[in-house]
Ligand binder design. Sequence first.
Ligand SMILES: [Zn+2]
Length: 403
Amino acid sequence: MQSKSGFYTTTYKIRLYTNHLNYIKNTEVIYNETIIKYYNLLFDNLKFLNLSNQNCLRELEKLTIKSKTGEKPKDYIEQDIPMYLRRAAINQAIGYVRSYQTALNNHLNEEKKTICTLNKAKIFHSPVVLYKGMYKDLYGDSITIKLFDGESWRWFPAKIKGRKINENAEILSPSIVVKKDLVMLHLPVKEEIEDVTPIKERMQQEHIRVCGISFSNTDSFAICVVLDENKNIIKAKFIKGGNEYRNATHTILAKIKKHKQDGQKFSQRDHKHYWEKLNNISDYYTHRVSKEIVDFCIKNQVDVISIADMEEDVSKHFGKKVGKYSPIYLRKRIISYLQYKAFKQGILMTKVRRNYTASKCYICRGELKRNGSKYTCENGHQGDYFFNSAMNIAIMCFKKFGK
Ligand SMILES: [Zn+2]
């Protein structure tokens, strides 16, 4: 069977460093003023909504912009704004009016008798969307943006720092998101995915490889085992770092505890600092572990990843004895990162029922006795307890799809 390729769009959030925050704010003000003008104008011309967005934009421009011969149209809007910024604003306005109309229609259909409480917007605070023509020279560490400096529109270079952009990816219009003094560039990126064949179809292929993954609270965050269509083991891997993670977070948790015990005045800043650190550490391990699993799957030509369905509630299954910031607590986040990273590589994830995946021997289905990270089953099979789970999870995936 031939694999199908497809696309996936994701937004990269990149920090933007600039000495011209006020110019960015100017630009945002002008952008939003333009949105509201066209928003109101479109309400006076609702028939335009029957057109495609592109034609709707064209009609709105005809109403507001001087013709080639210099004639002012009926609703002429005096504006000093670059064409591409205006167009971004108009499209935004069209979007707002369309969603208002949809909400209004839903309301009218559902509750005809009640008074409509939907209000038209009076002001917008939208981040500036940059069409081509408003930005240029976008590289890994810099971008040049056209901004209003109070007198005129000029180009300003800025540094950016964040995730590396895949060279083959197509970049869609970025937007500038300002929160107080923090400026972020939101960059939608369209990437090609090698294989988007749905799981059901994929599992019917002649050659298929499934990676079963179990998660543990030991030094192994995850235990992966790859099976081929005959359920032969191709390769297994223990993704380590659990103890390292536990130690790193516990050091900080101990500091927090000590501060509190010492009765020191625990400033909000200290507090924030510690929790940020904990988050950063968790984030680092989540990325590292999910990446290691994906790399392992790519290397072993995995088509489908199988995990046990725990309804994402670790505390329910592992009890309160497992502290927060333990490896198993990252399970949920690792899975969500993993699903996304794997998907970009054309590897799909499926969940199987967790029943007995940990309590039965994968070879004979006999009851097993756990002894730390080892097990022995009633028929004498022995091995690693988590490896056994991973095997069951992989086998369950074949069963789920009738193989
Ligand atoms: Zn057995």
